[in-house]
Every structure is written in structure tokens, then in C-alpha cells.
Design a protein around this ligand. Sequence first.
Ligand code: GDP
Length: 440
Amino acid sequence: MFDNLSDKLDKALHVLKGHGQINEVNVAETIKEIRRALVDADVNYKIAKDFTNTVREKAMGQNVLSSLKPGQLMVKLVKDELTELMGGEAEGINLSGNPSVILMSGLQGSGKTTFSGKLANYLKNKKTKKPLLVACDVYRPAAIDQLHVVGDQLDIEVYSDKGNSDPVAIAKAGIKHAKENGFNVVIIDTAGRLAVDEVMMTEISNIHKAIEPQETLFVVDSMTGQDAVNTAKAFNDILDFDGVILTKLDGDTRGGAAISIKSVVNKPIKFIGTGEKMEAIDVFYPSRMADRILGMGDVVSLVERAQEQFDEEEARKLQKKIAKNQFGFDDFLKQIQQVKKMGNMKDLMGMIPGAGKMMKDIDVDDDAFKHIEAIIHSMTPEEREKPQIINSSRKKRIGKGSGTSVQQVNQLLKQFDQMSKMMKMMQGGGGKKLMQMMGK
Ligand code: GDP
């Protein structure tokens, strides 16, 4: 996420490294580089200029008072301004109604349907919410089917009416259905077009007026940069929406939309989409995002994601198994699957301070675990349970079955063995033992 921008800002801030003091010359040079980095990231020129002017003024003003080194001071100022520009505090969504009605708007392909599913799932996981999805795209039957597929996958009901060509009527009927059947959130997915046009705008505006949603969200593909900002403006003029959803941030190396949108439409970014999977949704925290842009990682979000995937019951079972020396490859596979649910590997790496930069040129993709999974899948149930029985002829068979080499199988077995030992040690009050083993 935002790799290019992070890289360029890092270089710009590097200018001050080694300088004992901030002065007009070195600040001017840094500021010029920062502005260039922002413009290259597709941030609107005026926003970039205002941004750097503010940073410059603050840098010159604070220099005398600050005990920070020039480089550190500038990083702090840039971080604070980026946070401010992206909205300051995180803002939640209004779920006050019963049912609370959430209307999705945006162009076709922006990720509306995907996000409708993600949001429904996110709310459902909060336990107190029972969401209903409503399909209001009357032009593309495939869009209705797509929402049903998403709903089936998440076990969330989808209301649709394929013969009906009036989206306002469908939206109203969906809300009625929710009231009668105990749903407390209604998420309405609407039709988008490839570009802003009058028919689409009139239609979404009619739905908006007729159902008076608690929350109107505008969904936009962050990779479209300045276009995203212009589209946001067009939709906001008509709908006066409540918040922006930025999707596809996983593929966005520049970050221009994330940085500019708030100051253009004066509406907060509320959520971000970071992948195609239903779990790839995050609340947007401007300050955490600023940290990530500046390569400082985002440990808080990483821990939160881990917690979301954490199942206490499973963890307890696992602990017992480890204690009894019964941790096998099936359990290992489950662990891998949990990690995968947290998001794509590169994205996760970016949340660890410093790691994103280090891993920048290394190709960590979602398939990082593919070989491991293939090897485990080629083992018999008995082998998974008791890896010690895997002799050389079994290794050959497993290698063949998984399309890997005996060497790779050996490597996994060794890693697994080390991991099991380590887990066992952590269990038996063994933090100390572990430290000893590591030579501390
Ligand atoms: P809609 O036309 O606005 O309903 O858009 P869709 O929900 O059908 O999304 C269009 C495409 O973008 C689909 O292929 C989605 O899988 C993909 N997509 C949606 N959100 C994300 C995201 O956050 N990251 C990535 N990488 N792809 C996404």
C-alpha cells in the first residue's frame, strides 16, 4: 500500500539527516521534495502546496523550541499534517435507526457490491447487528446474482426482486422486509455506471430522497487517484453523503485519493477495502494511515486484525494439544489459514514498523504458503498427526504428490519440529527456557 509515496517521502525526509539544525535552505529543499512526492502520488497540486506551506511554517516556527533533531521534527510535522489532511479522528457510521438504513453509492466497478458484503459481515460479527442486504441494481441481473453469491458465502440474507425495474420500490420493500423479519441494519447496494451521468445521478438521488437513509456512503476505487476525487465531488453535490469508502488500497501505490478526498468534499473516509476477500475491511484511522505512509508501520491495526481472527475456544484446544505433545500438521494448517484471513502478506508486512521498507523489493505474495499447504495436503492423516513416522520413502511420495522436492519437505518438517519444541517450551512456563535456548 502506498509504496511509491512512502519511498519518495522517505527520500525527501532524508535530506535533513545529519543536519544539526533546520534552516531556510535545508527546509526549502526538503519541502520541495515532499511536494513533488505528493504531486507524483496524484495529490491535487493546490492541496500539496498548502500542505507543504503549512509544514514549512511550522518547521521554521518550532525549530528553536524543539529538542528534536531536524529530521525527527520534520517527520513529526509531516505526520501530523497528513493525519489532519486525512480527517483527524476516525469516524464511525451512524447505526441509530431501527433498522438503520445504509445506502451505497458509487460508479460501477468501484467495489460497492463487495463492500456491501464486507460491511454486512463486519456488522454481523459485532453480534448485536443482524444485517439484510438489498439488491437495487435493476439493469444488470448479474449484479443481483453477485450480491446473492456474497450473501450465501457470509450466511447473510439478500433481498431482491428480479422482475421489478423500479429501484425505489425495491429499496422500500427491502426495508419493509427488514422491519417484519427482525433485521436491524439494511444495506442497500445500488446500480453504478462507468462514469458519472445524469440517469444514474437522478436514480440514486430518488432512492436517497425516498428512503432517507441514516447513512449514505460513497464507494470509490482509490487507484483512480484524482478521478476518484472528482467523482466524489459529483456524488457529494447530489447526495451530500456522510462518508467515503476507499476500496482497493491494497493495489494503490500512490495514495493520492486517500490524501486529497477529505479536504475536497469535507467528508470523512470511514472504511477502507484492502483486498477481494470479505475480511479485507478496515476502519480508516487517519493517524495510523499517516504512520503507514511514513513507513512507521501500524502495529495497533495488526494486533486488532489478529484479535478479530482469534477464536478463544480454538486457542484453548490448541493449548491442550501442545501440552500433550499432540500438535500436528492439521493444527499447523489451521494456523496458516488464520494468518491468511488477516490479509495479504505484503499488507501485513507493511504494518510492522520498518518491515515494509525492508520487504519492498521482495516478492511476498498471497501464495507464500502455497508450497507448505500443498505438502501438508499430500500427507496422510496419520502422517499429519505423527510427523515422526515420515521416513525417506514417505518424503519422496509427499514431494511428488505436492509438486515439491524432498528438500522442501525436509525443510518444512524441520521448521515444524522447531516450532513444536518452541511452543512446548512457551507452554511449560518456559519463557525463561526459551531465552536460555536463544543464549540470552
Ligand atoms: P461494483 O460494480 O461497484 O459493485 O464493484 P464490485 O464489488 O463488483 O467490485 C469490482 C471488482 O473489484 C471486483 O473484481 C472485486 O473483487 C474487486 N474489489 C473490490 N474491492 C476490492 C479491494 O478492496 N481490493 C481489491 N484488490 N479488489 C477489490
